[in-house]
Design a protein around this ligand. Structure first.
Ligand SMILES: Cc1cc2nc3c(=O)[nH]c(=O)nc-3n(C[C@H](O)[C@H](O)[C@H](O)COP(=O)(O)OP(=O)(O)OC[C@H]3O[C@@H](n4cnc5c(N)ncnc54)[C@H](O)[C@@H]3O)c2cc1C
Length: 444
């Protein structure tokens, strides 16, 4: 029986602990400085907006940990003596490990702006960020958010839900146009504005004003905007400062091989803090998303239990919500036009909904799906991409992909009409979306 310590109780660390327990009798301890119990970071906004209570953010009941013999330790690991396999905690405890899993997640990027430590300036990543926002935003009227990614828009929606007048400063030409294709980015920019957010594009933060509290910001367009809250949401980076100047090999993240091993024997790294030495084709070496953390957690447990497993992130997938618009992406969708990629893009004539399907211009193989305001079934899209199905086959069967069609307007005919015009094909729609058809498709 080995003594396994996991630093970080986020999705990757917790998944590793759960699978280690399923597969072994090892002694398992999860350490976190942030919270005693695992919570869903992706749902932080819903706690602020009153849709969920804090207890609802915890996916497992408190008894779960004892029942599964997973020990929890709430402390900060200050340093690690890799030679002697020893962790030193904030309280001065020395903990000896046989196997160590580093799952320390991300930390918000900061640009070292003068006065970024004023009261009323904050990020959105940790539980303590939410507490700070909760306390500080009680009696304020105006807020500014700098950064136009997924966390920035969540913070905008949170503040907006409490009637705080919010300005977003976004460096790009449109909201998230470094990730979304232009049409979708434009649609989301308009949607943000429709919600009353003052979206300032191609604008960056130049100066923070105030003495003890933030009172205003100045943009690089020399606009001065009064505010009592400034949200800094310019992205995240691996949380690895504690490993700097140690024998652990790090670059932007902790370097790992396909089995999630670091350069130090018996030390593994998973989740947002891990950087693949060799990323899979078409993938990034650091992917700070929930589902890859979960896959890494499961993989590392298998590796530690002696299985020859390699990390396989599968087909790229992400989902989010931009105020009222749900977003899903499966496979390869780029923000820039690529020579060998053809795109069928349909937008609903009156409401903010769109479907984009990308395929290879030469082979006609389908590459990716980008959906706004319409949900497609993940298993169906993944199968089409994995099986390298050609676009004609996918379009004919597109109804199989629609999720919960009974709740949405049927737009498959309009979409196919547009696809036929754009590609010169003459597609006729096959099977309907009845669950039986979907199950038969997935079975074959
Ligand atoms: C507001 C928000 C919304 C998001 N929405 C989505 C989404 O919709 N979809 C999606 O895929 N992803 C989303 N993400 C990203 C996703 O939450 C992360 O990719 C994921 O939580 C990372 O999990 P992890 O296990 O790697 O680390 P984390 O969840 O970051 O957990 C790491 C833990 O380790 C602790 N720790 C670090 N260092 C030490 C130390 N030295 N000692 C003790 N403890 C330490 C940290 O305090 C933290 O609690 C969102 C993130 C945020 C912040």
């Amino acid at each position: 029986m080995k003594n396994i310590y996991i630093i970080g109780n986020g999705i990757s660390g917790v998944t590793a602990a759960r699978h280690l327990r399923k597969k072994s009798e090892h002694q398992i301890t999860l350490i976190s400085e942030e919270s005693e119990y695992f919570f869903s970071r992706t749902a932080l906004m819903y706690s602020y907006m009153g849709h969920m209570q804090w207890k609802d953010l915890m996916p497992y009941p408190i008894e779960f940990w004892k029942k599964n013999r997973i020990d929890l330790l709430k402390t900060r690991v200050l340093s690690i003596d890799f030679k002697n396999q020893n962790l030193m905690t904030r309280e001065g405890q020395n903990l000896n490990y046989d196997i160590l899993i580093l799952a320390t997640g991300s930390t918000p990027n900061l640009s070292n702006w003068p006065r970024q430590n004023l009261t009323g300036v904050g990020c959105l990543y940790h539980q303590w960020d939410l507490q700070k926002l909760e306390e500080y935003s009680k009696n304020i009227q105006q807020a500014v958010i700098t950064g136009g990614g997924l966390i920035g828009i969540e913070m905008a929606e949170m503040l907006h839900s409490r009637q705080i007048q919010t300005t977003m400063l976004v460096r790009e030409k449109e909201y998230w146009s470094n990730v979304l294709p232009l049409e979708e980015a434009q649609m989301i920019s308009a949607h943000i504005r429709r919600h009353g957010i003052d979206l300032k594009l191609q604008t960056q933060l130049k100066e923070i004003k105030g003495s003890d509290k933030v009172t205003a910001v100045v943009t690089d367009q020399n606009d001065e905007i009064s505010c009592q809250w400034l949200g800094l949401t310019i992205g995240v980076r691996p949380n690895i400062d504690v490993f700097k100047n140690t024998e652990l090999e790090i670059d932007r993240g902790i370097l790992v091989d396909a089995m999630l091993k670091t350069n130090i024997p018996n030390v593994f790294a998973i989740g947002d803090c891990a950087q693949q030495r060799q990323a899979k084709p078409g993938r990034k070496d650091i992917e700070a998303v929930w589902y890859t953390g979960r896959i890494m957690g499961k993989t590392v447990a298998s590796v530690i239990c002696g299985e020859r497993t390699e990390y396989d992130p599968g087909i790229w997938f992400n989902s989010a919500k931009f105020f009222d618009i749900e977003y899903q992406v499966y496979g390869e969708i780029s923000s820039s036009i690529q020579e060998n990629v053809e795109s069928i893009f349909w937008r609903h004539p009156t409401v903010e909904k769109s479907i984009r399907i990308n395929f290879d211009r030469t082979t006609k193989k389908v590459l990716g799906f980008n959906l706004m305001g319409i949900r497609f079934r993940q298993e169906v899209c993944e199968r089409w991409i994995n099986q390298k199905n050609d676009i004609q086959q996918v379009l004919q069967n597109i109804r199989l992909a629609f999720f919960d069609p009974e709740f949405f307007e049927d737009c498959s005919n309009d979409f196919i009409q547009l696809a036929n015009q754009k590609t010169g094909m003459n597609i006729h729609l096959n099977a309907g979306w009845e669950l039986n058809n979907v199950l038969n498709f997935l079975k074959n």
